[in-house]
Structure formats: structure tokens, C-alpha cells
Design a protein around this ligand. Structure first.
Ligand code: MRU
Length: 346
């Protein structure tokens, strides 16, 4: 499913998890080979793999790596090992619900398998991880098809962070219509916010779209208002780490500001959300755990010290965009008003 112009952030090769180290992009293309759950935990925490669906895929393989050496002799003992490893991997990052969705899906599969031989249960864990990755590519393509119905040839579109091929099995979520538009010969003009402090927009979105031959222009985060006022942008499309039951959406820090700006300029604001990011058990955005990351991302974020020693820093990695700022949430099951996101899973 992955087209040759897209980069694969997560691969299962020769009994190991192979990750494209996203902290080194766009300057270096380095692949990491991981063979333990501890290595996978660290790669998620340190953003070598990032983006909600990719975090879920990596955690799924991490769960297999954590239990493949299990010495359990009964299915109950194996399930206990599985739960302990899943709980551990769940502590790597708190906001993207895809992480917990993927781990829960594997736990449910093993419960369904019942009292099988331990070797068969281990094989089922890997099989489910592979299925999660396979399905994600299809889901992203379908989200892209739905989003394309809201767009037209020649349009300017702003995006934030990296909801791209680098964050998924293929196509990305919010970037999927850009890849599909390219396949159809459309000429979309994408504006990528650089996305301080970790610069996923500059390092990753600008990089992957440029590699795919998509017309992309990089802007600093504080230029979005100007670009909108100049009429260069007719829609905003972002990804998400978690959609709450009331339609509030958590995404990379800065997304909320972009949504407010879009509303002020009468520009539609779309959220691309696979169902693996829709968390109907979380009532509102206020209930979504927001990760805080190390101060150094801000004080030393551009490779050199850019703030005084010992300065107080607040570094939330995500914010919540209230449902009222969102025009529609687009999932693989269709296009929903944020307040009707509950219907996406029916
Ligand atoms: O901290 P990151 O890079 O994992 O944050 C990623 C984002 O906020 C993405 O926009 C989100 O995960 C959607 S990815 C399809």
C-alpha cells in the first residue's frame, strides 16, 4: 500500500522492529533495529517514533518483543506477562490514545484466543500487531478520500505538526488528501507550520511532502494569521492524538491557536481522525491527559542555547481545540460534526 514516494516510519523486518529515527530527519536517514520492549518504550518517549498512529503501531510490536521470550507455561500466566508489558509500554507517553487502543486490541485478541499453546498465543500477538499496521494504511487512504470531497484543485491548505506518512503506516491522516490529490493531478498548495518547539512541521511535514513532489511552503507558527489574512489558505487540516466524546480534539501544541485564527478568518477547520484516535470513554477535552516535555526542548530547541540558564519553562506538548472551533472531524467512516463524533463508531 505504501507508495514509493512515501517513507516508512515503522517496519517489521527479520524478527525485529525497524524504526526510521525521526529525531535525525531531515538531515540524516537512520534506521534503528529494536528487539526489546524497553528499547521500544525509549524510542516512543524520545520521539524517534512519533505521531499517534505510528506510536500505536510501535507499541504493538513492542508488546510482542516484550512477551516473545515469556517462559509462561499456561495461558493465564502468559496473559499476566502480556498485561504487565502492556502496562509498562503505556507509560511511555500519555496523550495519543492510539497507544492504549493498540495495546488493548492485542489484549482482547489474546483473551479471544483462549487456552491455546503459548507458541500460538505469541504468534497471535505478532499477527495482531501486523494487522494494526496493515489496516492503518487503508484507514488513512479512506480518510484522504473523504477529505478530498471537501477540497478542490488549486486550493491553499494549512497544516500543523506532522500528521503525515511519517506518523502512520502510509499517506498520513491530514496529509492523505495531499497524496491523493497528487495522484489525480491536482495542484494543492500546502502551508506547513514549523511547529515549535520540536519542529515536526519543518523537519518532517516539509520534508516528506517535498520528497513526494507536493507543493509545500514552510512558515513559522507566528505567520499563520498573516497567511490567512492574505487569502492564501482556504482550509486548515490537522491530525489528532485524541478526540473526546464531546468533539473536543487534542493535537500538537499550537493547534488551538490555528483553529481560533481559522474561525476569525471564516476558514473551515478540519480534523483528520482515524477511529483509533476517537476515545468515546473520555468525556471532554478537559479529561485528556496532556503531556509535558523537558524544558530543554525550548531552551535548547534549535541545537544551541536560546534562553537564559535556569529560566522557568512551561512545555505542554499538546493543546485541546474545543469542538466549537472545528468544522468537521473526518474518520474512515465518514465526515462528522464534532458534536456527532459518537456516530463515527456506530
Ligand atoms: O509529539 P508528536 O510528534 O507525537 O505529535 C504528533 C501530533 O500531534 C500529530 O498531529 C498527531 O499525532 C496526529 S498524527 C496522524
Amino acid at each position: 500500500m505504501t507508495t514509493s514516494t512515501q517513507l516508512a516510519p515503522v517496519k517489521w523486518e527479520d524478527d525485529a522492529l525497524v524504526l526510521l529515527d525521526q529525531t535525525r530527519l531531515p538531515v540524516e536517514t537512520v534506521y534503528l533495529t529494536l528487539t526489546t520492549a524497553e528499547e521500544v518504550w525509549a524510542s516512543i518517549r524520545h520521539l524517534q517514533v512519533r505521531g499517534a498512529p505510528a506510536i500505536g503501531m510501535a507499541a504493538a510490536y513492542g508488546l510482542y518483543l516484550g512477551v516473545r521470550g515469556s517462559e509462561a507455561t499456561t495461558s493465564e500466566a502468559f496473559a499476566k506477562d502480556l498485561l504487565a508489558t502492556a502496562e509498562y509500554l503505556g507509560t511511555s507517553r500519555p496523550t495519543a490514545v492510539n497507544l492504549f487502543w493498540a495495546l488493548d486490541r492485542i489484549k482482547a485478541r489474546i483473551q479471544q484466543e483462549g487456552d491455546k499453546a503459548i507458541s500460538e498465543l505469541k504468534a497471535a500477538v505478532l499477527d495482531e500487531a501486523l494487522a494494526i499496521q496493515r489496516e492503518d494504511a487503508e484507514v488513512c487512504r479512506t480518510i484522504g478520500e473523504h477529505l478530498l470531497t471537501l477540497l478542490h484543485d488549486g486550493m491553499g491548505i494549512l497544516t500543523h505538526c506532522n500528521p503525515g506518512a511519517l506518523a502512520t503506516a502510509a499517506y498520513g491522516t491530514a496529509t492523505a488528501p495531499f497524496y491523493l490529490a497528487k495522484e489525480r493531478g491536482w495542484d494543492l498548495k500546502v502551508y506547513a507550520d514549523e511547529t515549535r518547539p520540536v519542529l515536526q512541521g519543518a523537519r518532517l511535514t516539509a520534508f516528506e511532502l517535498q520528497q513526494a513532489g507536493i507543493d509545500v511552503t514552510l512558515i513559522c507558527d507566528n505567520m499563520a494569521a498573516m497567511v490567512m489574512a492574505q487569502g492564501k489558505v482556504e482550509a486548515v487540516i490537522v491530525g489528532t492524538d485524541r478526540v473526546a466524546a464531546n468533539g473536543d480534539v487534542a493535537n500538537k501544541i499550537g493547534t488551538y491557536g490555528v483553529a481560533v485564527l481559522a474561525k476569525a478568518h471564516g476558514i473551515p477547520f478540519y480534523v483528520a481522525a482515524p477511529l483509533s484516535s476517537v476515545d468515546l470513554e473520555t468525556a471532554t477535552g478537559a479529561d485528556i491527559p496532556i503531556e509535558e516535555r523537558p524544558a530543554e526542548e525550548i531552551t535548547h530547541g534549535l541545537g544551541k542555547q536560546v534562553a537564559p540558564d535556569n529560566i522557568k519553562v512551561y512545555n505542554p506538548a499538546f493543546d485541546v481545540t474545543p469542538a466549537e472551533y472545528i468544522t468537521a472531524i473526518v474518520t474512515e467512516t465518514g465526515i462528522f460534526k464534532p458534536q456527532e463524533i459518537g456516530n463515527s463508531k456506530k
